[in-house]
Ligand binder design. Structure first.
Ligand code: NDP
Length: 246
């Protein structure tokens, strides 16, 4: 099945990469089901996609709540008959040396970036197996590929997800499930707005992100590429980073 008419649920669709992915997939004819906590943004996005001739629905999703992920999957199935793809995109980061002991930040990253993806897997797998087909796409990070100081826990959460997907791939060689890990480098989004408490450091990170970061639509195109493959072709890993990123 080509990308047009596929039903794609996206977590973290209210800004950045998730929003760009929703717009891009909808422009290619996919039906998008959007989840995030900021519903006013989702509702606006649904209306804009509809005004452009696309099809979208939205539901409030906090990925730390298993029931919210089940509701996202149910919305896709009840409104559009099936779920072809779940894009596990919602994520947060905190930047800081481990010695700063940002225990609350570490915990939040594990809750959203790791448990949030597990909640999505738990919600979608039964539907994928019942349908005899499904595709799980996760947005991980180049932080997990090149480990740098100040991003240890964030990188660890992303590599945990990479591990889950490789295991899922090996456990599902019957052709039912495709798994894809997308690793963006620096992307110009709101991600860093809550990443650092010190306003001066935050401004500095923002400035370098604005200079070096790529447009989120670059990641959206990569996600579309993975989704658009024929059923017997799985794009396992894709890295998209600024050409000038070290
Ligand atoms: P944004 O901050 O713009 O988007 C993050 C999204 O995640 C928002 O839509 C937010 O929605 C959602 N989100 C956060 N917490 C929760 C939660 N508990 N439940 C549901 N949704 C949540 O950043 P990006 O677009 O950059 O981030 C998207 C993904 O890309 C993340 O996984 C991030 O780690 C990854 N990434 C980003 C890179 C970058 O340079 N920007 C680089 C590599 C990876 P809301 O607040 O409305 O719930």
């Amino acid at each position: 099945m080509p990308i047009a008419h596929k039903v794609v649920a996206i977590t973290g669709a209210s800004s950045g990469i998730g929003e760009a992915t929703a717009r891009h997939l909808a422009s290619l004819g996919a039906i998008v089901v959007l989840g995030a906590r900021r519903t006013e943004r989702l509702d606006k996005l649904v209306a804009e996609i509809a005004a452009d001739g696309g099809t979208a629905a939205a539901i409030r999703v906090d990925v730390t709540e298993p029931a919210d992920l089940r509701a996202l999957v149910d919305t896709a199935v009840e409104r559009f008959g099936r779920l072809d793809v779940l894009v596990g995109n919602a994520g947060i980061t905190r930047i800081g040396l481990m010695a700063e002991l940002d225990v609350a930040g570490w915990s939040a990253m594990v809750d959203v970036n790791v448990k949030g993806i597990l909640n999505g897997i738990a919600a979608a797998l039964p539907t994928f197996h019942r349908q005899g087909r499904g595709h799980l796409v996760t947005v991980v990070s180049t932080s997990g590929l090149k480990i740098v100081p100040t991003q240890a826990v964030y990188a660890g959460t992303k590599n945990a997800v990479r591990t889950f997907l490789e295991a899922l791939r090996q456990e599902n060689t019957d052709g039912v499930l495709r798994t894809t890990s997308i690793s963006p480098g620096y992307v110009r989004t709101e991600l860093i707005d809550t990443a650092v408490d010190d306003p001066a450091v935050r401004e500095e990170v923002r400035r370098s992100m604005a200079e070096l970061g790529i447009d989120p639509v670059a990641v959206a195109r990569a996600i579309a590429f993975a989704i658009d493959q024929p059923d017997d072709v799985e794009i396992g890993d894709l890295t998209i980073r600024p050409t000038r990123q070290g």
